[in-house]
Design a protein around this ligand. Structure first.
Ligand SMILES: C[S@@+](CC[C@H](N)C(=O)[O-])C[C@H]1O[C@@H](n2cnc3c(N)ncnc32)[C@H](O)[C@@H]1O
Length: 241
């Protein structure tokens, strides 16, 4: 499987702040107290959320498809060792990671980049201990769709986000429309697909956060969606016990 982030690894590393740890109050709140917990960071990229969790006392394993981003993660780990173990792998299988082995699983800003949601979510559920927790963040699927734009309200000049093609699931990439400097496309899914896929894998949602950003249009509607939940039961084949 081609690792598209290999092509933009240096730009991405710079864009997300090099070797610094993730600084995201919503992520901090949702992951909570993690001291001593074993956490798998799926699609960890250059490791920013792995570093945050390790600084909070977690024992972290990061997995990503992009060897270039992983090289950067390892370099950051060499410069400032936090005991993070990084491995090259595919989120669709999480091959090499044992069933029922992690207290928590995190997938931060990455499910939109992963082609098969069902396989990725099932793998996350598989490596979680029964009762273990997960935190996911994604671009908000209701407001970042394959056809979005911004218009100015003719009455009060405020800016509105326009949304179309919400029900068109699958890969999309508008030239310059998505991530501008980082020409990597994304997979759009409806919010019901996300919820139903988690549920089918035996993952229940405990909390949602819809997070705006500090621009006129993103103050009015959420830019990001965060989900915290936990694993119930054991995933066997295509069913959940
Ligand atoms: C937007 S980046 C997020 C990286 C990191 N979580 C962060 O927030 O900086 C998306 C990540 O998903 C990874 N990715 C995409 N498909 C993957 C797959 N099938 N298995 C593992 N990682 C994958 C990419 O290599 C990239 O690192």
């Amino acid at each position: 499987m081609r690792a598209k982030y290999d092509e933009v690894a240096a730009d991405y590393d710079e864009w997300v702040g090099g070797g610094s740890a993730l600084d995201d109050p919503t992520f901090t709140e949702l992951t909570g107290e993690v001291t001593g917990q074993e956490i798998c960071v799926v699609a960890c990229g250059q490791g920013r959320e792995a570093r945050y969790l390790a600084t909070q006392g977690a024992v972290v394993t990061g997995v990503d498809l992009s060897e270039k981003l992983l090289e950067m993660a390892c370099l950051h780990e060499e410069t400032e060792p936090l005991g993070i173990s990084y491995q090259h792998g595919d989120a669709h299988t999480l091959e090499g990671l044992a069933d029922d082995s992690f207290d928590g699983v995190v997938c931060y800003m990455a499910l939109m980049d992963i082609p098969n949601l069902d396989d990725a979510v099932r793998s996350m559920a598989r490596v979680l201990k029964p009762g273990g927790w997960f935190v996911i963040s994604i671009t908000h699927p209701c407001f970042k769709t394959p056809a979005t734009g911004e218009i100015v309200d003719h009455v009060d000049q405020s800016v509105r986000r326009t949304v179309g093609k919400y029900f068109v699931e699958g890969y999309w990439d508008g030239p310059g429309a998505h991530r501008n400097a980082l020409p990597v496309g994304a997979y759009h899914r409806t919010i019901s697909t996300y919820v139903n896929t988690l549920s089918a894998a035996g993952l229940v949602i405990n909390q949602l956060r819809e997070v705006p950003a500090d621009t006129p249009v993103w103050r009015e509607v959420p830019q990001l969606l965060y989900i915290r939940g936990s694993r119930v039961g054991r995933v066997l084949g295509s069913g959940v016990l």
